[in-house]
Design a protein around this ligand. Structure first.
Ligand SMILES: [Zn+2]
Length: 437
């Protein structure tokens, strides 16, 4: 499993670190099998299938590897139902002392399969050095990598000065409220407990992700007046009114947003600007039936927008800007009546570049891969928002195997070579952050 890239830079390693890396390589086949078995549990979200089975599978492996394991159901969340229980698992491997504590978190829910697959989506097929399947890259490989990185340290006969925790959680793909957010609210994540958190999302084995842009999802409804469709002048068409708003967003707001650039290293580069996307648009009568619609002027039209904002912007001004566009359209047309509703918002997060978890991972990537690590930020949000926003832990990054662009695509895969490289980086980072007595 050793590649040229892995050999490069090993001069920076001390003998204990070399032992740990050799143990990662020796465990590679077992780690690959564990990853394949994880993929075979079809934890599709929505609606949240087979979560309990997956949590117990991860928990059993952690127990075998010496962790104290706890299962936490997301009691009190509407999505935690008898049909689709939300179960998170947390394991704790205590070394000589409770601190420093390094926590690895990965989500085990996967998005629906979709069309266009040429392999069995939940087969865990291993072919030409790649593990295929829904969730292989995003992000069951990350869970496998962190568990086996720490196990390699143990099998190499090394003990740790501090503590390692691992959690596998639900619902990241739908906001993480019954997953990481629930663990934050239960105190599993807190500044009093962890010093560093690594979320094992697929940001590529040679990059460290320090955070993400902010989100403002909103709904605009335009209100018209119903009339017979053959005599439209008796009514006010809400869809036409919405068209005015959509047009104004595209013509006037969008150029302003494109002109704003963040200093955060967001990847891909096109996402270094403010963005806005029309997620959904519907006016008039319900569609989908086979029969004729009645002939009516559309008296109601709904638009849902997804506005992503920069670390340099703030939510209040982002909201005010949207209200300003609506008021501008209302000034031009006295028939324009609207309501505006916030659906969801998330502040941006950015871990400081000099945080120890960032610099340590950068050093480990350099030593394993043989070239400098890229530091990036994510265009979309992930569970980092809860770790920082709810638990107040600043020392948090995302790092894991898998190519981000493959997430959610058909024929999703993770390269075995990247899985092993990421596990090697995680093993080094663990030794350096948690320490050896
Ligand atoms: Zn993910």
């Amino acid at each position: 499993m050793t590649t040229d890239a892995h050999v490069a830079g090993q001069s920076a390693l001390d003998p204990l670190e070399r032992r740990a890396l050799a143990a990662v390589d020796a465990l590679a086949d077992e780690m690959v099998e564990f990853c394949r078995e994880l993929i075979r549990i079809p934890t599709v979200n929505p609606p949240g299938r087979h979560y309990e089975q997956c949590a117990r599978f991860v928990g059993e492996r952690l127990r075998l590897f010496g962790y104290r394991v706890e299962y936490l159901a997301a009691e009190g969340h509407a999505e935690h139902s008898p049909a689709y229980p939300r179960l998170n698992v947390v394991g704790r491997l205590e070394g000589a002392a409770p601190r420093p504590c390094l926590h690895f978190n990965g989500h085990f829910d996967v998005v629906p399969v979709g069309d266009g697959w040429t392999v069995e989506p939940f087969g865990g097929e291993l072919r030409d050095g790649r593990i295929y399947g829904r969730g292989s890259c995003d992000q069951k490989a990350g869970i496998a990598a962190s568990i086996y990185a720490v196990e390699a340290i143990r099998r190499a006969g090394l003990s740790l000065a501090g503590t390692v925790e691992q959690s596998a959680t639900v619902d990241e793909e739908s906001g993480g409220y019954a997953g990481v957010a629930d663990l934050c609210d239960r105190g599993v994540f807190s500044r009093e407990r962890q010093d560093h958190v690594i979320i094992t999302e697929p940001l590529n084995y040679d990059r460290v992700c320090i955070g993400h842009r902010g989100v403002y999802w909103f709904e605009v409804v335009t209100h018209g007046r119903i009339a017979h469709g053959s005599m439209p002048d008796y009514g006010v068409n809400a869809a036409d009114q919405m068209a005015e708003f959509v047009h104004t967003v595209n013509q006037e707001l969008l150029p302003r947003l494109r002109g704003r650039t963040t200093s955060m290293p967001v990847e891909p580069e096109m996402a270094r600007h403010s963005t806005i996307n029309l997620n959904a648009l519907h006016g008039g009568q319900e569609l989908g039936g086979d029969g004729f619609l009645a002939s009516c002027v559309a008296d109601r039209c709904v638009a849902v927008y997804d506005r992503r904002f920069l670390h340099e912007e703030d939510l209040a001004s982002v909201k005010a800007e949207i209200e300003g566009v609506l008021e501008e359209v209302a000034r031009r047309s006295d028939q324009f009546h609207y309501t505006l509703r916030e659906l969801w918002s998330v502040p941006p997060v950015a871990t400081p570049l000099d945080a120890r978890v960032v610099t340590t991972l950068q050093g480990a990537i350099q030593d394993v891969v043989g070239r400098p690590a890229a530091v990036i930020a994510s265009p979309g949000t992930y569970d980092h928002k809860h770790i920082t926003g709810r638990a107040g832990i600043v020392e948090c990054v995302a790092y894991g195997p898998g190519i981000l662009d493959l997430a959610h695509l058909p024929d999703e895969y993770v390269a075995v070579e990247h899985l092993v490289a990421a596990a090697r980086v995680m093993a080094l980072a663990t030794l350096r952050l948690v320490g050896v007595p």
